[in-house]
Design a protein around this ligand. Sequence first.
Ligand SMILES: Cc1ncc(COP(=O)(O)O)c(C=O)c1O
Length: 368
Amino acid sequence: MQPPADTVWTSPLPGRRTAWFSNPDARSWRCEPPSRDVAAFHTGLSGYAPTPLVELPGLAAELGVGRLLVKDESSRFGLPAFKILGASWGVHRALTGHYGLPASATADDVRTAIGERRPVRLVTATDGNHGRAVARMARLYGLPAQVFVAAGVHPSACAAIEREGARVTVLDVPYDEAVRRAAAADGLLVQDMGWSGYEDVPRWICEGYTTMFTEIDERLGGPPDLVAFPVGVGSLAQAAVTHYRGGTGLQPTLLAVEPDAAASLLASLVAGRRTSVPPGRTIMAGLNCTTPSETAWPILRAGVDAAVAVSDADAGRAVRDLEELGVDAGPCGAASLAGLRAALPRLPRQGTVVLLSTEGREANPALT
Ligand SMILES: Cc1ncc(COP(=O)(O)O)c(C=O)c1O
């Protein structure tokens, strides 16, 4: 079947034109569930509150789905994106390891160890939100942080990372290269993508993201029928897959949404192997990644039902539509709505649909 003309994406794979991928076996695939300790860790943090799950009945009717709800991550622990869910657990577990504390150590135990021993510098690469979240965690633990920022990040997002007290190095390189620079720097690397030999921290970051799905299921009394989420390196997507495919309950359709300028997961799923795409430009800065995380890839390959690519124009329209409905979504967050619109013609009629709106406009003011 041909994709709708307005979402056609030219694959870097010779002779393939597609904006769509689906895997009918994904729903029956099962994996290890993520650690359940993370929900208790988050609820114990100061300032914890579940983010809103906003019901939009008018948009549901317009799209022809039973119910449509938006998980609004425009304010999570006081930051304008969901990323602190992963950074908080990733930093906590990385620090317990660094200071030789048991996995059950509390945030206070970690602070005591830092006070008694040499403070360590936290290092990361980012296309915006992850870096700010790591910088915030460093500040909370009283640690220095160094953040390498990839090309295409809005200056106000860089300034926000600096305001957290981190040293920021803005690089004119794609995300993958920024990660390589961070990995070579001195300090404790807290990166949201994994590779062979660097697996624990990205796994903890993924576990951190699962709190969003736990909150959704609790609010709805069970899993929804479809969850749409934006994809950069794929760690959030990995969290969606491990949360749902690691459980025994209803299996939602998991829809991955990427910018057409950086659709490396879609390219990889189509190719059947992890594939890089050439660096591009997009207003969806947090999704501007050229290669899926190596550790996420086998899980995404097996457990994602469908993947779609959307244009900046689609994402911009979705930002404005959500704004009119009172939801503060930046371009990455609104990409979920743009992706749902592109995917619905190819899917059976959906009951309860949840869109992850992973950032507010403050996180990525590309359109303002
Ligand atoms: C707002 C936002 N949404 C979604 C994502 C995608 O997450 P991942 O890189 O884990 O795929 C990012 C990544 O930075 C982001 O900043």
